[in-house]
Design a protein around this ligand. Structure first.
Ligand SMILES: *Cc1c(COP(=O)(O)O)cnc(C)c1O
Length: 373
């Protein structure tokens, strides 16, 4: 068995002909920058997301940065962000000289703890950036209510949750990334919709705001050599767009494969004391970008990882050092984020991807059981 966290090769093999044809088409056209495939893919992704404006860009970090620039935030403005997330979410805030204000996360869903948001709002607060971590939505209904009450923008970091659905209390269902003012995603190869290099996109409800995002991603111009606002250079490669346009057709199948694999893990792992399988909030579906276990504090995670590794099983910790402990983001007044701090010591992500087999999962779980013997 050759178990991997993500099996990009196995996935590619199944759609090789289509992918290769898509790449060849771009090569033959030599339209490497902003070729027709970029718009085609953006339109198809827009359709997948229910018609929202899609603005492609170079990666998921840029997407967040472009979004914050488009919202017109000023240096010193405060932006609320979960402290348990990938660094990119906070990084772009700091990079633009805005102030990241950390909030702890829900102990079982791992997304921003909505009960702690209002306590962090000050007159300087301008936006909330919920992160749909590991593949399920944050509590968007509550977040949108808080945002509307305090007149804040909402920017959804959807890098890990494209395809997840959120259900409002009135029964309305919306896709992750299409609820707030702007949603952003990443097409990093290991993401649920991944290309073969870097890529990203913004989902923007308002047409004018979408135009502004598009301008910012293109040096602040909508007419060539006429730069109306300060922008950056952030493009989705035509080659990557061609790959994504093929893979988008399979995204629903990919999601189902991940959900099936999660269900198998749930079943196999359910009676192991000291291990909690991931919980899904009642308002969200889960697309399992990660399948993340919560270990009892008494379990030696290093030893468990070592045993798995000795059996040829990779596992990952997302994330081992909370943002407020990172040198770059440490504040003088040391705040305590007890849930995030505990998670950094107790989470463990198992391999999950579109190609994983029941046999592989059974082997992984039998190795975990072996650890407890
Ligand atoms: C991957 C990721 C990003 C950044 O995406 P890149 O394409 O690597 O820049 C941002 N936020 C989260 C939560 C991510 O998982």
């Amino acid at each position: 068995m050759n178990i991997q966290m993500v099996d990009l090769k196995g996935q590619y093999e199944k759609i090789k002909n289509e992918i290769n044809a898509g790449i060849q088409e771009v090569l033959d056209s030599t339209a490497f920058i902003n070729g027709p495939k970029v718009e085609e893919f953006s339109n198809n992704l827009s359709t997948y997301l229910g018609g929202i404006n899609v603005v492609p860009c170079a990666n998921g970090t840029d997407a967040l940065q472009i979004a914050l620039m488009a919202l017109g935030l000023e240096p010193g403005d405060e932006v609320i962000v979960p402290v348990h997330t990938y660094v990119a979410t906070a990084e772009v805030i700091a990079l633009l000289k805005l102030e990241p204000v950390f909030v702890d996360v829900h102990p079982e869903y791992f997304t921003i703890d909505v009960n702690q948001i209002e306590g962090k709002i000050s007159p300087g607060t301008k936006a909330i950036v919920p992160v749909h971590l590991y593949g399920q939505c944050a509590d968007m209904e509550t977040i949108m209510k808080i945002a509307s009450k305090h007149d804040l923008f909402v920017l959804e970091d959807t890098a890990q949750a494209i395809g997840a659905n959120y259900t409002f209390s009135d029964g309305r269902i919306m896709q992750a990334g299409t609820i707030g003012d702007i949603g952003t995603t990443s097409f990093f190869p290991s993401k649920n919709l991944g290309c073969y290099g870097d890529g990203g996109a913004l989902f923007v409800k308002n047409d004018e705001l979408a135009k502004k995002c598009k301008m910012i991603a293109n040096h602040g111009q909508s007419v060539k050599y006429h730069h109306d606002i300060i922008g950056c250079n952030s493009r989705l490669d035509t080659l990557q767009a061609a790959i994504l346009d093929v893979k988008l057709k399979y995204l629903t199948d990919y999601t189902v494969s991940r959900q099936k694999a999660a269900k198998i893990y749930d079943e196999l792992l359910k009676n192991i004391p000291g291990i909690k399988t991931p919980k899904t909030a009642e308002y969200s579906t889960h697309v399992y970008h990660q399948y993340t276990l919560l270990l009892d504090e008494s379990i030696n995670r290093d030893d468990l990882q070592k045993l798995l590794k000795d059996n040829g099983i990779p596992s990952m910790i997302y994330y081992p050092v909370p943002l407020h402990f990172q040198k770059a983001y440490k504040k003088k007044n040391t705040e305590v984020f007890s849930v995030t701090e505990r998670l950094s010591r107790t989470v463990l992500s198992l391999p999950i991807h579109t190609e994983i087999t029941r046999e592989e999962q059974e082997f992984i779980v039998s190795s975990i059981i072996e650890f407890f013997k």
